[in-house]
Structure formats: C-alpha cells, structure tokens
Design a protein around this ligand. Sequence first.
Ligand SMILES: [Zn+2]
Length: 581
Amino acid sequence: MAFTGKDNIQEIKARLSIVDLARRYLDLRPMGNRLVAPCPFHQETKPSFSINESEGTFYCFGCQAAGDIFDFYSRINGSDFRDTLEALAEETGVVLKQYQGKDGENTTKQVSHKSEMLKMHEIATAHFQSNLQSHAIASKYIDGRDINLDVRERYSLGFSLDAWQSLTDVFKRSGFNLDVAVECGLVMKSKDGRYFDRFRNRLMFPIRDVNGRTIAFGGRVIPELDDGESAKYLNSNGTPIYKKSQQLFGLDVARRSVTSQKNILITEGYMDVLALYQFGYMNAVAVLGTSFPDEQVKRISELAKHVELLFDGDAPGREAAFKACGKLLVRGISCHVVLFPQGEDIDSLLKEQGKEVFENLRQQSIEGLNFCIQTLKQRSPKDAVEWARAFLEQIEMPELFQPTATKLASGLGIDEAELRLGVVTQKRSNAAKNTQGGQSSPRESTSNSPRKTRDAQILTVAARYPHRLISLQEMGADLLLESPKARHFWDKLSQYSVEEILVFLTDAEKLFWVQCRSADAPPLDNEEGELLAIQHLIKSIQKKSYASSVAAALSQGSNNYETQREYMRALIEAQGRNNVQ
Ligand SMILES: [Zn+2]
C-alpha cells in the first residue's frame, strides 16, 4: 500500500501505545517480560496472545495473528485500514495528511465524504434528542415505558418530529450537501427536486459503531401517534458508513462488559437492550434484522466465549434461535437459549414481573446443542440427519467433533456410525488438501517452514537488526535471496523504518517480522554473534556456488590444458576453504 501518511502513522503510535489500546478489550497479565491474555481472535482459555510493548506489536501462538496497533484495531473492530487510521487519528488528535489508496487513487475525497456522513449523523442524533425533550407525547411515552433518564442518555434516544423539513432545515442551515444527506438515508428527494425528512413522527434509536459514532438510525412508531399507515419500524439502509450485517445494536455500550465477562446477551430488539441495561445487564446487544449473518457471528466470537440468546418464544423466535445456535456452536462458542413466554418480551417481563422472574428463566435456559436436538426431533428423521451431518462438517475445532457427534446421535436416537457416514470433518478435509498439495508441489511444502530455508535465515537476521542491513548487503546477503517474495521483503526492509514498516507488510510478512523480533525469539543481545554466523553462512554458500560452477565448467570440458589446470586449482582452493569451515 503506497500512501504518503508515514509521519501520521508514527505520530499515532507515539501517542497511543498498543498496551493501552489492547487493555480496553483484554485482561492483560504480565508473564516474564511480556503481557499476555487469551487471544481475542480465536477461541481459547489459555493466554496465547502476547504483546511486545517495546516493539508495539502483538502475536498469538495459537492462531498466528500478528501485527501492530493498526492491525489490532482493524481486527477487533472489523474495520479496514483507512477507517482504522481515521479512527485512531481522531482519538489521538493527529491531523491526517492526504493519503493514497492501493491503486494510487486519491482517497481524500472518500475520506471527507465518510466524515461528512458521520458528521450528519452526529448532528441528527443531537437534533432528535432535543426533539424528544420538548415533545410532550413522546416524552410521556418514554416515561410510560419506564425508560429512565440514564438509559435515555446512554443510548441517545431521540424523536423525529411530524414535519417534512425539520432535519432537512438543520442540514441546510449547517451548509451540508443535501444529496449526501439523501445518500445517508436521512433525507429524501422528491421528483421535483425538493428535499424532505425521511424519519418522521418516530422514536429514534441511533445505531452506533463500536466506537460510539452514530452510523444509522432505527425509527419506531409511537402507538399514541400512529396513523395506522406507517410501518412499525423504519431503519437506515446500507451506506458507505453502515453495513447492517457487520453491526450489532448496543455493542458500543456493551463491549467493555462483554470482553471482561466473556458473555453476551443477544436479543431481537432495541427496547430489549435498553430494558436489560436499565436492570443492570450491561452486556446486551440486539441483532439488526432477523437473520444472524456470519459477520456478526464472527464479531461475537472475537468478543465472547459464551452467548445467551434471548428470543421470543413464538415460532419465528424459536427458528431464529435454532439457526443462531448452529452458527455459534460450529465456531466453538457455547450458547444457551432463553425463550420468553408467548406474547412476552424482555422489556415487559423485566418491568412487569421483575428481575427475579427473568433470572428464573435464565436458570431454565436450554443448552444450545440440546435446543438444536429438541428442534430437530420435531422434523422428519431424514431432515434431522441431513442437518446434523451438515452441522458436523462445519465444526471448526477438531476436538469438538467427537463429543458433538456422540451427543447428536444419542439425542436423535440414531446410530453414531451411521450419522458420521459420509461426514468430512474440517480437519480431515484440510489434511487431504495438504496431502494433495504436497504431492503436486513438494517445493511449496518445504517453503512452508520458512525458518529452515536460506532465505529465511538471512531475512531473520535482517528483520532482527534492520540497522545492519548495509553490512548484510556488503556481504552480498541480498544477492543470495532465492524467492521473489524474499527479495520483496528485503526491499521493504531497506525502504521503511522500524516504526512504520508494519503498515507496509503483508499478513505473512507481518507474522514473520513479529516472530523474529518477539520476546520469545533469542534475545536481541547477541547482535555481533548472529551477524558473524550469517556471514559464515553467506561465505559458505558463495564458495559452494563458485565450486559448483567450476565443476560444471570442468565437466563441460575444455581442450585447453592451461584453462583446465586453472579451473582445477580454483576448485581445490575453494573446496579446501570449505573444508576449513
Ligand atoms: Zn489467536
């Protein structure tokens, strides 16, 4: 990625340490000279994730995730590099210079376009909030639903007036481009070119990203103001700043609690999240929409180890819970299903019957796999077996395969061997792929163990002591690099400083860099020794290649007696020197 924001990257790193950032999500503990925690990027209980504070890098022994502060932020928030750079710049007060995207195209315009959209959402949030305060019926409705002031403010609840030009006028006065407001889905444009408010006469729930920035809205009709013609809910559509499948309502509020408890409550509605928060459950979020997209499952799996699905007890609620269980369980996330009695939701239950009744329901929750079995038993045996087989095939953690298969078989009352018939586990299919790959290209499989190759030996020293690159070059180290990938990595080493290089590395290069420089690699106190060793290696390679070229020349034959003698002398000399080593 070529861009001209190198200084910005260093500035951000100087202002925000990776430890301070990671602490927001992880419970870091010291171990030796490192800080460790269970990895947020794969399911585990052991602390495989470690941070090298002086390097500003992280590394996981389990899933091999590696990188710097930007990688950490991107991975944990599911944001791309550009968004990460913007967010961290904003947080640290660094003013970003113009930078260019991968193709060299100027992205400044896009950046300002997105920030304009965010600004509009921020203004709309404040506008709706002040509407709510002054609107008697809406305020009364909120009071009637027992939503206290703290909750109202924490979730920035608002109200859109029953007017065509209310928000549009605010945008106009602030000098915004109304076409961008249309793109945001906050304003609409009529055929004759007039702009008008899209959300009218609704209770407004700001949908915020994990950093608390409003990126969309959900609008709900208030029964007292219902004209009977409007849909109960009206939500923002996808925009450059909002992808529904990636967001969870309330995650900005719940994140801290979720990452510390490793437990998350998933509900179906905004009101449920608010009610739970009011009753002291800080770890609740709502899915936006009825499906449970893989991106949301992935995001949850990075934050929590256990999920409680709080769904309606009706048929659609059960079906949604069944699907969600399947998706969570294959990823190794344990889950329980809490079903609410027909016609009852979390909000009404908590407020009318109290926390104890809710806690009782939680106690009676059904473990995820048992819930799946219960659901499958109501289907035809053929469907049940088909589902179970497809489910088993998707299990990501090999150690879970056997116990899950056993439990499913006994739960469904079928023979385990029969159930497993034709099921290809992830592990086996991966192994099969590897074998095939190994047979067709043995070269590639050896290059999978980079530490053993000559390129890797040279690059290891180069990555550990980049300030000695010139000496290595003088030894001819770069000329010995065989693979184009290795040469490309060397170029980056010579081009970028230690502080900025990570931004320019591919994932594989990052991993290599961090491993070479991690606290678990030999300590960086034998620089001269390591350099001497690589010099030794370089010399011996050079001599071998010289000797082999002489030998080749000899075997090709030369009729000239003098030339032959000269070659022989050189060969003996070269071999003699090799033998000394
Ligand atoms: Zn990991």
